[in-house]
Design a protein around this ligand. Structure first.
Ligand code: MV4
Length: 448
């Protein structure tokens, strides 16, 4: 096992990884930008190195500086967390060339899955359902019109380099098609330097169901069931839960088994997430693979008892998975996560960095708070606005909702606005309570 790991991230996920390492007897090296200098969580690492100015581009995203910190600190492996360099296959490759293990999949599988058109082809090969659409990339509007006529409108043009909703355009009819294609390609070229697009039937009001998978370097692949992440706004997840509600166990099992086929076919190792959209008839379609640990991973930890960060580290070090699919068994109870962001829900979720002058954190049975913040902490303006993740784990969904509402009442964050008040509105909404949620719920029912 590793003796020293560098954590190429900040905030709550850096702390989450430090905690896992400490419990495994692994020393940690943290990095920080000038914007995070002096943050309390850095004191919990064995060493911490400054990697540059507050701007991410000049610090957390600077590959040479991160590698230098790892070399100076004698790290044997780097955990990238999520965001920043987590899905950068070049960084992944550079780590390995410097004889530092990257805690994640190989650069090749990262590249293949990062290209949505390639990932879609791999899904087909693995007998995983994809949304009806073009066979591959589409290069001219005549070809697009032919495919769209075959599958029927509305259709969705998607950038192969896309993700998180960027480079996506709906065409309601043949007249919209050429413009939609041009716009999607243009946006993709500007955002990713890759204008290639493909076409799919547009699935209206889908649910977003994703499967947590963990695979070792010896060919063992196990799923840790699904998370429903439909409660989102503008592609930003607000609430995640497991199991997905109102989804029969046969469908959930079929989705999870499809995810395992996908990952096994991709020669993938480490933690990954396979995303699906699910329509009203419970037909499900592969969307993309996230080749990293995700923000919402604790939801799956609560319902399975697996520590995903520890497993990631063991897998990268070459250990075989110590458990099978049968060992995971069924989901144990119900878990919900609310992302607490330093944003003002009454001002269009405008970020509101600043100093937390008062903090009371909820507790009690089945409550987990993953956060690096404390009273006196200043939320810097340079990064993602998430300041913590509030999770509950209870025998049933009804009880989990009640516990979460109790916790949101207990939580006091003074000095800045947060999304906590908005979560209460979601969790008391009859449609949410009934489990009638899809990806349009928040915008349709809560933000008129
Ligand atoms: C779709 C879709 C409907 N039909 N594909 C959004 C980002 C990317 N992950 C895929 N996305 C979607 N793909 C087809 N053919 C609807 C979405 C979508 C969505 C998906 C997951 C979570 C939230 C979403 C919000 C809006 C649209």
């Amino acid at each position: 096992m590793y003796k020293r790991i560098l954590i190429a991230n900040r905030g709550e996920i850096a702390l989450r990884i430090i905690r896992a390492c400490k419990e495994m007897g692994i020393e940690t090296i943290a990095i920080f930008s000038e914007g995070d200098r002096g943050a309390a969580y850095l004191d919990l690492a064995d060493e911490a190195y400054c990697v540059g100015p507050a701007r991410s581009n000049e610090s957390y995203l600077k590959i040479d500086r991160v590698i230098s910190a790892a070399e100076v600190g004698n790290a044997e492996a780097i955990h990238p967390g999520y965001g920043f360099l987590a899905e950068n296959s070049h960084f992944n490759d550079v780590c390995r060339n410097c004889e530092i293990d990257f805690i994640g999949p190989l650069p090749d599988s990262m590249d293949q899955l990062g290209d949505k058109n390639t990932a879609r082809r791999m899904a087909r090969e693995a007998n995983v359902p994809v949304v009806p659409g073009s066979a591959g990339l589409i290069t001219d509007s005549a070809e697009a019109a032919k495919v769209a006529d075959e599958i029927g409108y509305p259709v969705l043009i998607k950038a192969t380099a896309g993700g998180g909703g960027k480079g996506m355009r709906v065409a309601q009819n043949a007249d919209d098609l050429e413009t939609a294609m041009k716009q999607a390609a243009q946006e993709a070229e500007a955002a990713f330097g890759n204008a290639a697009v493909y076409l799919e039937k547009y699935v209206e009001n889908p649910r977003h169901v994703e499967v947590q998978v963990i695979a070792d370097q010896h060919g063992n692949v196990v799923h840790l069931w699904e998370r429903d992440c439909s409660t989102q706004r503008r592609h930003q997840k607000l609430i995640e839960e497991s199991p997905a509600t109102n989804l029969p166990v046969e469908i959930r099992t079929a989705i999870c088994e499809a995810a395992v086929r996908m990952i096994a076919n991709a020669n993938y190792s480490n933690a990954g997430t396979v995303e699906f959209i699910v329509d009203k008839n419970h037909d499900f379609y592969f969307i993309e693979v996230n080749a990293r640990i995700q923000v919402e991973h604790p939801v799956s930890e609560l319902v399975t008892g697996v520590d995903l960060i520890k497993e990631q580290i063991r897998i990268a070090a070459g250990e075989p998975l110590a458990f099978t699919q049968a060992d995971v068994g069924q989901c144990q109870g119900h878990a919900i996560e609310c992302r607490i962001n330093a944003e003002n829900p009454d001002r269009n979720f405008q970020p509101c960095p600043g100093t937390i002058d008062h903090l009371i954190v909820p507790g009690g049975k089945g409550v987990r708070w993953d956060s690096h913040v404390h009273a006196g902490y200043t939320v810097p303006p340079h990064y993602d606005s998430m300041i913590g993740k509030l999770l509950v784990h209870q025998p049933t969904r009804t009880e989990a909702i009640a516990t979460m509402l109790r916790c949101l009442d207990e939580l006091q964050v003074g000095g800045i606005a947060t999304t906590a008040s908005f979560h209460k509105k979601v969790l008391t909404h009859p449609e949410f309570i009934a489990g009638n949620i899809d990806t349009t719920f928040v915008e349709r029912r809560l933000l008129d």
